[in-house]
Design a protein. Structure first.
Length: 170
């Protein structure tokens, strides 16, 4: 995107309970979870986020419970990527498993401010803050992990690989 995506900036230790509050965990419908995404930390997020926007946060993003609802809510809200100084390990794995692109880059996370415009190239790991005119390199994911994210998550990835394998054997 030429103008970049809007940055939604949050601090350290954003836990899964503020990403999607526990009172909404009676559903696993992505659109319903997205309607409440970030509401306990940013009440306007769910109504104002646009497809392609980027969440940027400090360290330990996604700490707390191991439930997949948090990355599902973020992905369903239209967020194209989460850039953080670091991720809680279970959130990191859940994000990959459901196909939510994430990048660790402490420099990009520290520099970005709410409302900045940012572009992210997942293949190279390059993060450009268009507002500030800077670039930072995050470690790109290996091809198989990008394949999982590109497929929309682990289940879709395995299903596609399985289908391709069964067609080969025919």
């Amino acid at each position: 995107m030429e103008n970049g995506s809007r940055v939604w900036k949050y601090g350290d230790d954003v836990d899964t309970d503020v990403i999607v509050p526990a009172r909404y965990l009676t559903t696993s419908v992505p659109e319903e979870l997205a309607a409440h995404c970030m509401e306990d930390i940013d009440s306007g997020f769910a109504k104002a986020v646009s497809p392609g926007d980027v969440i940027v946060a400090g360290g330990n993003f996604g700490c707390g419970s191991s439930r997949e609802h948090a990355p599902i809510a973020i992905k369903a809200s239209g967020v194209s990527c989460v850039v953080a100084a670091s991720f809680a390990r279970i959130f990191f794995r859940n994000a990959i498993n459901i196909g939510l692109p994430i990048l660790e880059c402490p420099e990009a996370a520290a520099e970005a401010e709410n409302g900045d415009r940012m572009s992210v190239d997942l293949a190279s790991g390059m993060i450009r803050n268009l507002t500030r005119g800077t670039s930072h390199a995050a470690a790109p994911f290996p091809p198989f992990m990008r394949g999982i994210m590109d497929a929309g998550g682990l289940i879709a990835y395995v299903s596609a690989k399985s289908s391709a394998g069964s067609r080969k054997g025919s």
